[in-house]
Design a protein around this ligand. Structure first.
Ligand code: SF4
Length: 354
């Protein structure tokens, strides 16, 4: 974001330069199962996923890419381990980007072959290291996994491509340690102008994984580092995309649809804040405008505390109020609260759609 990285085109999506930070995820279905994979890709695209990566463990998976590509609403990235032939098949099948897994494809003859084919098709390649893929020499040189070791390994992979006159490169230096990942990306971004794919690997299950990802990715993005993000969770890929947008939204980099904020509740609360906030998130998740909705536990302090929110709802044990920028616009009952909020949102849409 604005740090002058090179712009790379992945299908019809640009990464890097002044483009918005792109959200990507990875399918969790067997790639050979074209039907389920496409179903998952379409569901991810609906959530706002802009690029999707597919694991290619064998030849049949590589051969399935053509069919998937034909019907995918978003660009697809083939994730290749070990076998250069799978990369060549993936290119023939029309993928939009390759991810060559670190430490696996070392033979420069094969790299040349892949670079030549990718260049002819205008397909970019992501390279880079992760903590588990460092070579013995690098580990010995640095005495273990360090930011310098990760960066040196990534730079050597970049060099392999550059030697083949290939520069449509995206780079990553991931690990599951947040401080290590941050230091590695800071070092890397001071040395290359290629767009950076950032994330914390093996971040964990939903709540701890989201927090680790938010801290790692958030700190980097705040410092202007990172052009595309992937939140890696032991959860559905749709959750990964949801968390990715929450991170971008928290930093005010991107917003997608409604943003629900809610108070933590205290002794003054007379309103089931969490339940109402969840219901609003679910019910209005496809609302087409960026809008911040506040759910507050009491009507005495709620409107004032959330006066910067576009619209808000707060309650007492007798009534519910709806407010805009802190000013009450409607008074209603608990039963009708969501319905009245919906009417206000419809009005908002009418006024702000043009
Ligand atoms: Fe407490 Fe009311 Fe503030 Fe919520 S809005 S934290 S209930 S004072």
């Amino acid at each position: 974001m604005g740090r002058g990285t090179k712009v790379i085109k992945v299908g019809n999506v640009e990464i890097g330069g002044d483009n918005p930070v792109r959200v990507q995820s990875m399918t969790k279905t067997p790639t050979v199962d074209v039907k389920s994979t496409l179903r998952q890709i379409k569901s991810l695209a609906k959530k706002g996923c802009e690029l999707v990566r597919l694991g290619i463990p064998d030849k049949d998976s590589a051969l399935a890419l053509g069919k998937i590509k034909k019907k995918s609403p978003i660009p697809i990235i083939a994730d290749i381990h070990f076998d250069y032939r799978l990369a060549l098949i993936a290119l023939e099948q029309g993928v939009d980007k390759l991810r060559l897994n670190p430490g696996n494809i070392k033979n420069s003859k094969y790299i040349s072959l892949i670079a030549k084919e990718a260049k002819a098709r205008g397909v970019p390649i992501r390279v880079g290291s992760n903590a588990g893929s460092l070579s013995r020499e690098i580990l010995e040189k640095y005495g273990g996994v360090t930011p310098e070791a990760l960066v040196e390994s990534a730079l050597s992979e970049i060099r392999l491509l550059e030697e083949n006159d290939f520069t449509d490169i995206v780079v990553s230096v991931k690990s599951s340690s947040v401080p290590l990942t941050i230091q590695a990306y800071k070092l890397l971004s001071s040395q290359v102008k290629y767009p950076l794919h950032i994330g914390i690997t093996e971040a964990g299950i939903l709540v701890p994984g989201s927090v680790r990802s938010a801290v790692g990715i958030g700190i980097l993005l705040y410092e202007g580092i990172g052009d595309t993000i992937r939140v890696s969770l032991s959860a559905s890929p749709e959750k990964e995309v949801e968390v990715a947008y929450h991170i971008l939204e928290s930093l005010e980099l991107r917003q997608r649809g409604i943003k629900v904020i809610s108070c933590p509740m205290c002794a003054r609360a007379h309103f089931p804040v969490e339940k109402v906030a969840r219901e609003i998130e679910k019910r209005f998740k496809d609302f087409p405008l960026d809008i911040t909705i506040a759910v507050m536990g009491c009507e005495v302090n709620g409107p004032g505390e959330a006066k910067w929110a576009d619209i808000g709802i707060a309650g007492s044990n007798k009534r519910v109020i709806i407010f805009k920028y802190g000013k009450i616009v409607k008074e209603t009952t608990w039963e009708k609260a969501i319905l009245e909020l919906e009417k206000e949102l419809e009005k908002w849409k009418e006024v702000n759609s043009n």
